[in-house]
Design a protein around this ligand. Structure first.
Ligand SMILES: NC(=O)c1ccc[n+]([C@@H]2O[C@H](COP(=O)([O-])OP(=O)(O)OC[C@H]3O[C@@H](n4cnc5c(N)ncnc54)[C@H](O)[C@@H]3O)[C@@H](O)[C@H]2O)c1
Length: 325
């Protein structure tokens, strides 16, 4: 049985990856320090003999006994609210955490895939963003802690690949949504859905003309899966190119949820990207991948998921106290 280590396994993307690799017959070692994750996302896997959970901070030395075939490094705060609250930890997990996992991959002879982000393009001057674009990032702005950590992650991963011949993959993930997200972590889809569920007005930052494109979780997981088993070692965009403005998107959520509330406008945060749309030509050509789930369909699944949660589960999805971590 092939063994895979998934870091950030109790988070949104990590938990869905655990499900996929369990379904594919892997032995999954899930690792997380639970800073933004939730054990409930993976508790349904605890009874399986081919699943183990390690409560561990990957910025500390990472040890796994026995053989290891693959590593997926997904540990990192990923939402603006999270990484603005824990900026140093965000920088550490992208830098020291990545360094530790590259070292482990080298020791074990494992293939490693690291989770980068469209944020490496910053506030892009090229649209849509293709992988050749170097980006427009403000290193000292508040978002720099996340963007630069991920840029360092890419850089050191390529250095291990070139210098040590390590078997590496880099995915640049564009906005992805699905079940198990937290409701108030500042990401657009759960933020709007949470407001609709609570009967609050939907908050749009700026005038709402900034664009985003949202990829459904199952499509994202499929893209990551295909990349891991491809032989492509340069970074590759995985996301849904179907773009919308935030204002239009808020109207879509109002129509979907039937909320009687309206859209309200607040000032745009510093360095908020004005445009975000992946060029997925490479993913199509190299991985034979493109998203399949239409936004209407995906959003309905996710809204039904949030509606089905008990009040206690919903409250847990609202609250995250970093002061105790
Ligand atoms: N969801 C998206 O749209 C998106 C977009 C681009 C990139 N990504 C990347 O995908 C990965 C997962 O994002 P997500 O949306 O699932 O976020 P998430 O916050 O739900 O999950 C991240 C997980 O990493 C864990 N973690 C953080 N620091 C850790 C540490 N030092 N040691 C061990 N575990 C740690 C958290 O507890 C959490 O469970 C991140 O690397 C993120 O940068 C996500």
């Amino acid at each position: 049985m092939k063994k895979i280590l998934i870091t950030g396994a109790a988070g949104f993307l990590g938990s869905h990856l655990c499900d996929r690799f369990i379904d594919e017959g892997f032995h999954v070692i899930a690792m997380d320090n639970l800073i933004t994750g939730d054990l409930n996302n993976i508790s349904h896997l605890f009874s399986l003999s081919n699943f183990e959970f390690h409560h561990h901070d990957v910025t500390k030395f990472v040890h796994v006994s026995g053989k290891l075939d693959y590593i997926l490094h997904f540990a990192s705060p990923a939402s603006p609210i999270d990484y603005l609250k824990i900026p140093i930890k965000t920088l550490k997990v992208g830098s020291l955490g990545t360094l530790n996992l590259l070292g482990l991959a080298k020791e074990k002879g494992a293939r490693i895939l690291v989770a980068s982000t469209s944020e490496v393009y910053g506030d892009p001057l090229v649209h849509p963003q293709n992988e050749e674009y170097f980006g427009n990032v403000n290193p000292i702005g508040p978002r720099g802690v996340y963007d630069e950590a991920k840029r360092f992650m890419e850089s050191i991963t390529m250095a291990y690949h070139r210098h040590h011949g390590l078997d590496t993959r880099i995915v640049r993930i564009f906005n992805t949504y699905g079940s198990r997200m937290r409701l108030n972590d500042g990401r657009v889809v759960p933020a709007f859905m949470g407001q609709a569920l609570r009967g609050e007005d939907l908050t749009v930052f700026g005038d709402g003309s900034q664009s985003r494109s949202f990829c459904y979780i199952d499509d994202q997981v499929e893209g990551i899966y295909r990349l891991l088993f491809s032989d492509y070692t340069d970074p590759i965009n995985i996301g849904n190119p179907h773009e919308t403005t935030i204002k239009e998107f808020a109207e879509e959520i109002i129509a979907l949820t039937g909320t009687k509330q309206k859209v309200i406008y607040k000032p745009l945060p510093q360095d908020d990207p004005t445009q975000r749309q992946p060029d997925i030509t490479k993913a199509k050509e190299i991985l034979g991948w493109e998203p399949k789930v239409h936004r209407n369909e995906g959003l309905k699944i996710v809204y039904d998921y949030f509606k089905s949660l008990s009040p206690e589960d919903l409250q847990r999805k609202e609250h995250r106290d970093f002061s105790t971590k």
